[in-house]
Ligand binder design. Sequence first.
Ligand code: NA7
Length: 541
Amino acid sequence: MSSGDGAGSNGRGASEHEVVIVGAGFAGMYMLHKLRGLGFDTVVLERADGVGGTWYWNRYPGARCDVESMQYSYSFDPELEQEWSWSERYSGQPEILRYANHVAERYDLRRDIRFGTTVAQVDWDDDARQWRLQTDRGEYRARFVVMATGCLSTANVPQFEGAETFGGPTYHTGRWPHEGVDFSGQSVAVIGTGSSAVQAIPVIAAQCRKLTVFQRTPNYSVPARNEPLDPAEQAKWKANYRELRAKMFAERAAMVQRLPDGEDPAKEAGDDEFCQRMEQRWEVGGFTFYRAYGDIALDPESNNRVAEFVRNKIAGIVHDPEVAAKLTPHNTIACKRPCLDTHYYETFNQPHVDLVDVSETPIERICEAGVVVDGREYPVDGIVYATGFDAMTGTLLRMNVTGRGGMRLADHWDAGPRTYLGLGVAGFPNMFTVSGPGSPSVLTNMIPSIEQHVDWIARCLVDLRERGAATIEPEPHAEAYWVDYVNAVADLTLYPTCNSWYLGANIPGKTRVFMPLPGFPPYVEICEDVASDNYRGFVLT
Ligand code: NA7
């Protein structure tokens, strides 16, 4: 039952609903649409002033999806699929945000989204068997909470000494000003060389007078080969969407590649065959490169052979051998999030672009005029922090969630996140996470992953309603089993061998645990099986 709108802190009491969803990105929007259609009284709390989540916040120059447009969209409504057209092979942030707004409009979602509402505290009330959410606009109560808070939604801004003394503007890629930023004629620092920086650096370089990039770890990147979307390609997808979506869902990353995945081992390929295959994929562009052979993510020797191919490419693209050497990674390829780019390495051939290696001598401090490394001052007008996110758990933990008996989620996750299926947490009844730790999430095309979670949660809520069950939560042993399972699967791969944000290794003090689960289709099967088997591993009361 709703007591009306978000009641706010005006003395009218809490706003009560059956379901509160936190977040109005692609997960929250679809969850709302789905639950509304099933007759649940649902409200969404969103700290931003608009929908879109990741695509609302990440407005940095060059921000673009690395999944091809025809696959990075909702599949739940064939009419929506047919009426929307994409303009490029990979959509830029403005186009994806327009799509999110179109969806909000089309399904009249905004009337149940409370914008500009930040959740500060989330407590389970065992007596009332409901959640209480404290926000800066008053209290909300609900039987169920769905955390649709995104995997990359809490910015990581390193605490450099003197940062507050800097005389110019600073930006984080994930909190980019909506009015845009004009770097014309300016000297700009970019700190970081992850996916966001790899996209932003060529675009910022094209605008500014001088660009200085501060790199701690060089990254492998492969050309995206973005281009205007071929109308015939778009028509092919629209004519065959059901069949192609089914193919996507059957893929381990929930997306179809332009070339078939190689199954054979890279280390056993003859030199000519290897070069030909890798060259072809380098030219085609996109993630298909990383799928050329079956064992790139599994076998160190095969992995290194592919890595060496990219190292040679860097040496061929970057004119100054010293700069090329600094840009050349030596770690495992694709165990950090693989990057796709448009002229990233080429950008370092431009005379106004400098690369400062901070791997051995870290950024010492920020001063009023710029960035200081090893006693040398690099004067800049503005600083761009492309320093990533407290991924997968950061946003959930900042909401101060407490479950049964006042147990803090932060304590329960002290040794790393623990979930069952990436959907629920033991001791936190009626709380669901969409693309949470322990689910394939960031290792996949996010929208199909989101749809699968939303559909599962919706089915679960309907089943609970039909059975008259008040609560559902994972059994501790099922959660423990799942944590072990995710680790065991990750340990079969090379993923845990790098200091990646998948492991939480980018955040000082964060426990190192591999958070996402590799492999979408087997995961989907397990989720279906659990639901069909009377929610095996969950307790229903
Ligand atoms: P990432 O991939 O986490 O990249 C962050 C970058 O910032 C990375 O190069 C870091 O170096 C660097 N970094 C972080 N802290 C520091 C300090 N203190 N000094 C110097 N450099 C630092 O974030 P992105 O935003 O690029 O990408 C996140 C995801 O968004 C991406 O994977 C896509 O899924 C979309 P490091 O490698 O840690 O040495």
